[in-house]
Design a protein around this ligand. Structure first.
Ligand code: CAA
Length: 283
């Protein structure tokens, strides 16, 4: 199995920045790529802030924080990922965007670099189909917020090599996560269950005439959820959830997979959750 020392992350939004944070906290060198320098700087600042907070809370030594930050660089050029052993793509959730990035990445990196995608609802096999060496492609699906959620799903696509699969698994562990092995089926493991469940929760809002506050309290105190479904949807983003929900519905044709009308209306009105300042709650 190849030894991973340097990790590239493409896209430093909420997920990508979280993954880059895990990489440097796990002792890896990490280069993060964004489309412009301002976004790269913003991600670096966000990571620095969270690590400082961990120092303040006694969860991390100051020196370890500074060392982790020193292992992080950002760039706007894919060619700066050339010497990475593993690249994790965490760009916009769109098949054409991800396929184009995979093509460009393969041209930029070494022959033996593993290329992973953090896609949550697209097919890893389909994304990897544009590669000359699809055996190097694997899914590494982190959960939001990536630094706090222990799970990473390691997804074996149709042509994934054993080496790429096991290297991704081992790297997930070294990043402090609990990896699970799964196949490239719609929604993999968790989203296959969680997406229809969240859709049901939103349908219940209207069916039972319950408020988001009471539904959230119900699921927290009656079902042991760490946060209520409406708060979770606001955290994930209505746009992200609806997109994943539609992708699953398209593949599985189960009515529960389709986003409920209330959710679609919220999306159309720009009520995306925390990121837009308003969702089920106001921020
Ligand atoms: N790095 C380090 N610290 C971070 C951080 C980061 N990136 N982001 C937040 N934190 C910090 C916060 O600042 C906070 O610290 P302070 O308030 O002391 O500064 C701390 O982490 C934890 O905050 P909370 O008190 O809110 O922590 P909590 O114990 O309530 O747990 C939670 C928060 C882990 C998010 C928990 O509520 C939870 O497990 N929620 C469920 C989340 C979930 O289900 N996610 C999956 C979404 S679905 C998905 O992701 C799939 C997909 O494909 C879309």
């Amino acid at each position: 199995m190849a030894e991973v020392k340097k990790i590239g992350v493409v896209g430093l939004g909420a997920m990508g920045a979280g993954i880059a944070q895990l990489a440097v906290e796990g002792g890896f060198e990490c280069v993060g790529r964004e489309v412009d320098a301002a976004r790269g700087d913003a991600a670096r600042e966000r990571i620095g802030r969270f690590l400082t907070r961990k120092v303040e809370k006694g969860q991390l030594e100051q020196q370890a924080r500074d060392d982790a930050m020193a292992r992080l660089t950002t760039t706007t050029e894919l060619k700066d990922l050339a010497d990475c052993d593993l690249v994790i793509e965490a760009a916009f959730e769109d098949l054409a965007v991800k396929q184009q990035l995979f093509e460009e990445l393969e041209a930029a990196v070494r022959d033996d670099t593993i290329i992973a995608t953090n896609t949550s609802a697209l097919s890893v096999t389909q994304i990897a189909s544009v590669l000359e060496k699809p055996a190097r492609a694997v899914g590494m699906h982190f959960f939001n917020p990536a630094p706090l959620m222990p799970l990473v799903e390691i997804v074996r696509a149709e042509r994934t090599s054993d080496d790429a699969f096991e290297t991704a698994y081992a790297t997930g562990e070294r990043m402090g996560k609990t990896p699970i092995r799964c196949s490239d089926t719609p929604g993999f493991v968790v989203n296959r269950v969680l997406i229809p469940l969240l859709n049901d929760c939103v349908r219940v809002l209207d069916e039972a005439g319950v408020t988001p506050e009471d539904l959230d309290a119900g699921m927290k105190h009656g079902a042991g959820w760490p946060m209520g479904p409406c708060a979770l949807l606001d955290l994930v983003g209505l746009d992200v959830h609806v997109h994943a929900s539609e992708a699953l519905y398209e593949k599985l044709r189960e009515p529960r997979m389709a986003p409920p009308p209330r959710m679609v209306r919220m999306l159309q009105a720009g009520k995306l959750g925390r990121k837009s300042g308003e969702g089920f709650y106001t921020y």
